[in-house]
Design a protein around this ligand. Structure first.
Ligand code: AP5
Ligand code: MG
Length: 210
């Protein structure tokens, strides 16, 4: 299964990608995680990414397209993958369509902006393995510590309320047109985001069966 997760920031792409990755036994490719790792390691890509991410803007298309062409060409992607965060613009979607990669389905997780603001204001992320938690909705067993790897949990820099507003704005103007693009191709599926993470997963799996 070659799957794209398409949703607003904070709608639960990363959280559902983790569940789907276990369910289908295929890797998740998270562009945000790749970029944050590069920022941490102070690579050339990280230096470019830092200029945009912390303002809630998108990294230029040519940079992202080249990063993803390399990543999707790696061996672990041969039997399928889940894309969390790519494509995010029409130019990126068109580049993917023009490549030899055939996407099976695009899943849109539908969540209202007001809910997103609540979710992002309580989000915590593992510094080491990037697993995502929420102080109320998905608390770790031990405060500040990742259940999976024992890493330190931190707040993402771009989860500040003013940056979240800008990220939502970027999503509505630059990424939302992809809904129509994939609907026209006939591979769009929609799942309504639920209050509980497990209930969203049920909706997601149901939508993918269609
Ligand atoms: P990225 O890391 O992809 O961020 P994003 O799209 O803004 O999405 P988030 O990671 O914030 O949200 P999510 O949907 O994964 O939600 P989560 O599962 O964590 O990208 C970061 C930046 O990188 C971009 O702004 C851009 O600058 C750059 N970038 C990335 N890709 C790019 C590209 N292709 N082109 C150009 N630039 C690019 O859930 C959120 C919270 O809610 C969590 O705390 C979670 O525990 C909780 N939660 C989840 N589901 C539920 C539920 N059902 N009920 C209650 N709480 C829930
Ligand atoms: Mg994410």
């Amino acid at each position: 299964m070659k799957l794209i997760l398409l949703a607003a920031p904070g709608a639960g792409k990363g959280t559902q990608a983790e569940k789907l990755s276990e369910h289908f036994n295929i890797p998740t490719i998270s562009t945000g995680a790749i970029l944050r790792k590069n920022i941490k390691d102070e690579t050339e890509l990280g230096k470019i990414a830092a200029e945009y991410i912390n303002d809630g803007k998108l990294i230029p298309d040519d940079v992202m397209i080249s990063v993803m062409a390399d990543r999707l060409g790696e061996d672990d992607c041969k039997n399928g993958f889940i894309l969390d965060g790519f494509p995010r613009t029409l130019a990126q979607a068109e580049a993917l369509s023009a490549s030899s990669i055939q996407i099976d389905k695009v899943l849109m997780i539908d969540v209202a902006d007001e809910k997103i603001i609540k979710r992002l204001s309580g989000r915590l992320e593992c510094e080491k393995c990037a697993t995502t938690y929420h102080k109320d909705f998905r608390p770790p067993a031990k405060d500040g510590v990742c259940d999976k790897c024992g890493g330190n949990l931190t707040v993402r820099k771009d989860d500040k309320p003013e940056t979240v507003k800008e990220r939502l704005n970027t999503y509505h103007t630059q990424t939302e047109p992809l809904i129509e693009y994939y609907k026209n191709i006939g591979i769009l599926r929609v799942a309504k985001g639920q209050e509980e993470i497990v209930d969203t997963t049920k909706e997601v799996l149901k939508a993918l069966e269609a």
